[in-house]
Design a protein around this ligand. Sequence first.
Ligand code: MD3
Ligand code: FE
Length: 245
Amino acid sequence: MTEGPFAAGLFPAEPFRAARSRSDVAPGAVHVPGWLSVERQRALVEACRGWARGPVPMRRTVLPGGGVMSVRTVCVGWHWQPYRYSRTADDVNGARVAAFPDWLRDLGRAALREAYEDDGGHDVYAPDTALVNFYDGGARMGMHQDKEERSGAPVVSLSVGDRCVFRFGNPRTRGRPYTDVELASGDLFVFGGPSRFAYHGVPKVYPGTADPAVGMVSGRLNVTLRETGLAPGGQREREWPNRIR
Ligand code: MD3
Ligand code: FE
């Protein structure tokens, strides 16, 4: 029988982890822990499994210098390769990438409403590409900026599976100052306004920390939604309205 100060409910199961609540990490950068329900996480994992099979299989991106990323990636809507977007995956198998589904755009709009506590004005958000990254226990992502998009619209990031350390830096240099944030399964992170072009990376993943209920055997999935700013034919499409972050 558990009694005294250790009675069930008086203390969280992991007493040394600070309570995870919504935080503004920097102007325009909002972390919303546990935003996705377990059911939605499972559905996202299933969708990612489908995209990972094809038409363009999930693979490790090869960098121009010959290096290979440790993260495995598959793209939806537009294909990203260093350092441009195209409709076909010319560095993989030449196939056209999977279409960007309406439900994913709606999820991105709901994410902006949540993060920016908005009344619906963010329904102009029109993400047209998703990058799906899979991290096994040894995968990392070095500090980088995402600059291929010709739109200042926010990036929406959804995490499922193992926890990780996400390093959020500044728009000027790869190094300090930066803030380390733990991202866990179901977390939402939105990067808009002055945070959109900040350096960021994933220096560590903690293997075996996922809730088995989300349907992943191991590892971490991250899905980012973006506006490329490219029209269907590849021309610049439109500016992100300045009134919105
Ligand atoms: C801040 N992915 O795909 S998500 C990436 O966890 C990428 O897989 C990481 O960096 C991951 O490019 C980090 C958070 C994230 C994604 C895109 C951003 C933060 C961002 C773009 C601009 C600013
Ligand atoms: Fe990035």
